[in-house]
Write a protein that binds this ligand. Structure first.
Ligand code: IMP
Ligand code: MG
Length: 179
C-alpha cells in the first residue's frame, strides 16, 4: 500500500461490483433515450472509464472541466475551464462525478447544464459525503456509488494536490500527508 494511505476505504473489487450494479440500473433507465454522459474533469476520469463500459445502451460521451478545489479545503468558487461541446438542448443528460462533498461544484454544474435546457438532467456520483454538505444545498444525487464518512479520500481519480489519482482503490489519506 502507498505509504501515505492510512486505510483502504473501498477496494478495487468493491468498486468494480458497485459499478456493475449501477450499470444495470443506468442501462435500464436510459434505454431508448440516447443519453449524453457528461464527466466532470478531472477527478471523474477513472470512474468514467469504468462506468461508461457498463452502460449498455447507445450514448454519447462529453466532458466539462471545472476547477474549485485547492488542497483539502474547497475555496467555494467554481470556474469553467472547458464547457461541454455537445448540443444538449432537448437531450437526456447524465452527469458523472467523482464525489459530492460540500455540493459547490455539483450545484454549479447542475445549474450550468440546466440553463441549456436538456430534456432531463440527472446526477450519478461515485462517492457521497453528506456530512460535508453546505447549508442551503438542496441538490440530491440520483445515483450514488458509496456514501462515505467525513474523511479526505484519494485514489481512483481523486487527488490531493494532483497526486494519488492513479491509486486503483479509494483510500483515506494520513493527516500528516497534508499538514
Ligand atoms: P464539492 O465540495 O462538493 O464542491 O467538491 C468539489 C471537488 O472537491 C470534488 O469534485 C473533488 O474533486 C474534490 N473533493 C471533495 N472531497 C474530496 C476528497 O475527500 N478527496 C479528494 N477530492 C475531494
Ligand atoms: Mg479534485
Amino acid at each position: 500500500m502507498e505509504r501515505n494511505i492510512q486505510e483502504v476505504l473501498l477496494t478495487e473489487a468493491q468498486i468494480k461490483d458497485r459499478i456493475a450494479e449501477l450499470g444495470e440500473i443506468l442501462s435500464a433507465e436510459y434505454r431508448d433515450k440516447n443519453p449524453i454522459i457528461i464527466g466532470v474533469m478531472k477527478g471523474v476520469v477513472v470512474f468514467y472509464a469504468d462506468m461508461i463500459r457498463k452502460i449498455a445502451v447507445p450514448c454519447e460521451m462529453d466532458f466539462m472541466w471545472i476547477s474549485s478545489y485547492e488542497g483539502t479545503d474547497s475555496t467555494g468558487s467554481v470556474i469553467v475551464k472547458r464547457d461541454v461541446s455537445a448540443e444538449i438542448k432537448g437531450r437526456h443528460v447524465l452527469i458523472l462525478e467523482d464525489i459530492f462533498d460540500t455540493g459547490n461544484s455539483l450545484s454549479f454544474v447542475y445549474d450550468h447544464l440546466m440553463a441549456k435546457e436538456p430534456a432531463s438532467l440527472k446526477i450519478c456520483t461515485l462517492l457521497d459525503k453528506p456530512s460535508r454538505r453546505k447549508p442551503g444545498v438542496t441538490l440530491k444525487a440520483d445515483y450514488v456509488g458509496f456514501t462515505i464518512p467525513n474523511a479526505f479520500v484519494v485514489g481512483y481519480g481523486l487527488d490531493y494536490n494532483e497526486y494519488y489519482r492513479n491509486l486503483p482503490y479509494v483510500g483515506i489519506l494520513k493527516p500528516e500527508a497534508y499538514t
